[in-house]
Ligand binder design. Sequence first.
Ligand code: GLP
Length: 272
Amino acid sequence: MEVVIVAGPSAAGALIADQIEHLVRSKPNAAIGLATGSSPLEIYRSLIERYRTGRLSFAQSSMYMLDEYVGLPEGHDQSYRAFLHTELLNHLDVPSERLFGPNVHADDPRVACAEYEARLAASPIDLQILGVGSDGHIGFNEPTSSLSSRTRVKTLTRQTRQDNARFFDSIDDVPHHVITQGIGTILDAGHVVLIACGTGKASAVVRLVEGPLTAMFPASALQLHPHATVVVDEAAAGMLQLAEYYRDVYANRPAWQKLPDLTDNQANNGLQ
Ligand code: GLP
């Protein structure tokens, strides 16, 4: 696992946006997995800025949802589909029909889960953005989720519903059920990039990076992925035992591991 420690949230967002820019420049029809929550917002701000300044186009890219609530009316402003439109897609040139997600309004959610799995199998995600919940969930894979689980319906823990109640009038309005990519599904992405900032994430970060691999802390499953990057700010890195080592590894990474310079000259090359 690659752990990158940066000064603050905006540097974390910019660093991941660099990775995405590099991906989309080399593969304009890339499949990008999007997460919700507050953590990825700095990434989205940076991507919007790059699009606005004509540096990057997503016209050929496709976006894939990580998870979605079940039971909210279609178009509800707290649905994750609405969130991703408001925070990202409305500001980019990716066609809105190219945001794919499970059909949470299907009569039989199990069919919707199987269909989403089939779609992901046909167009594997190149880069999956992740945040981490306070109980270690990725997507909505709550503790004790199978580390090889696939897209399915999950029931949220009381803690997750409490954490997410800030977006609703009260906790009673937070749905109990969701459809989420499974941990096995997430691990199929070519590159998984998790962002976590602030002291509130420090204990989750140390458990996911340095703790035991356990279904009790689903984000620890990233330890199984051959290409996982965890980008944290100083505050979120506060409990890492090997922080100095991670800094040293990053500062001394070989040239072939560095992203090429994204200069203005390269902007728009084959992208518009
Ligand atoms: C939700 C999402 C997760 C996200 C988590 C953390 O539960 N389903 O994908 O990682 O929130 O949110 P935040 O980044 O706001 O702490």
